[in-house]
Design a protein around this ligand. Structure first.
Ligand code: FMN
Length: 193
C-alpha cells in the first residue's frame, strides 16, 4: 500500500504556496500519495492523522512568528494532537519563507519543528528555508528535498541526523547564489547607501 504525505501550508504572497506545490509534485513523482497541498487556514489538525508523513510550511512573519493564517492551526495542533502525542510515529519536515532583512531569519522553522516534536512526530530531515522569490535553483532543490523526504519515509534513505538550522550561506546555496554573487550584492547595497 502506498504511503501518504500530507502537505499543509500558509502563504501571504504565494511563494510558500509554490514551495508546497513543488513538494506535492515531487512526492507524487516518487510514487507516494499526496494529501493536499492543504491551506492551513481553518484546517482541522486531525487531517494530519490521515497521512503517514507530514510536510508543514509557512512564511516567517511578524518578527519571527507564525503567519496569521497558520497560527490558529498551530495552536489547534497543540491542543488536539499534543497531549496524547497523536502524531507518533509519523515522519515530518518543515519548510518556511524568510528574508535576511530580519534578524529573526526564518525562525518559523523552529516553531513548526518544535510543535511537530511536541505532538510526537519525528523529524526525518533538515528543514528548508526559501528566501523571498523562488529561483530555478531553489525549485530544483525543493523538488529534491521533498523527494528525499519521501524516500526517507519509505526507508530507502537514512534519516538525517540533527543538523543546525540553515543560516545565510546554507540558504544562498539553496537559492543558487554563489559567494561571489553575494559579495557583489552586499557591495552594491553598501554603495547604494
Ligand atoms: C509583515 C512581514 C513580516 C515578515 N517577518 C519576517 C521575519 O520575521 N523573518 C523572516 O525571515 N522573514 C520575514 N518576512 C519575510 C517573508 O517570510 C518572505 O517575504 C516570504 O517569502 C513570504 O512568503 P509568502 O509569499 O508565502 O507569503 C516577513 C514578511 C512580511 C511581509
Amino acid at each position: 500500500m502506498s504511503l501518504t504525505i500530507a502537505i499543509v501550508y500558509a502563504s501571504g504572497g504565494g511563494r510558500t504556496r509554490e514551495t508546497a506545490e513543488l513538494c506535492a509534485a515531487a512526492v507524487a513523482d516518487a510514487g507516494l500519495s499526496v494529501l493536499g497541498p492543504l491551506c492551513a487556514k481553518g484546517l482541522d489538525p486531525r487531517r494530519l492523522l490521515e497521512a503517514d508523513g507530514l510536510l508543514l510550511g509557512e512564511p516567517t512573519w511578524g518578527f519571527g512568528t507564525h503567519h496569521f493564517d497558520y497560527r490558529p492551526f498551530d495552536d489547534a495542533m497543540g491542543k488536539v494532537l499534543g497531549p496524547a502525542r497523536l502524531l507518533a510515529p509519523r515522519g515530518a519536515a518543515a519548510f518556511v519563507g524568510c528574508d535576511r532583512a530580519y534578524r529573526t531569519y526564518g525562525t518559523a522553522l523552529d516553531l513548526i519543528e518544535q510543535r511537530l516534536l511536541d505532538c510526537g512526530a519525528r523529524l526525518l530531515q533538515r528543514g528548508l528555508k526559501i528566501e523571498l522569490q523562488h529561483t530555478n535553483a531553489s525549485r530544483a532543490f525543493t523538488r529534491a528535498w521533498a523527494r528525499d523526504f519521501a524516500l526517507r519515509l519509505r526507508g530507502e534513505l537514512p534519516h538525517q541526523p540533527h543538523l543546525p538550522r540553515p543560516m545565510h550561506a546554507d540558504v544562498d546555496a539553496v537559492m543558487g547564489i554563489s559567494p561571489a554573487e553575494r559579495a557583489a550584492r552586499n557591495a552594491g547595497g553598501l554603495r547604494a547607501r
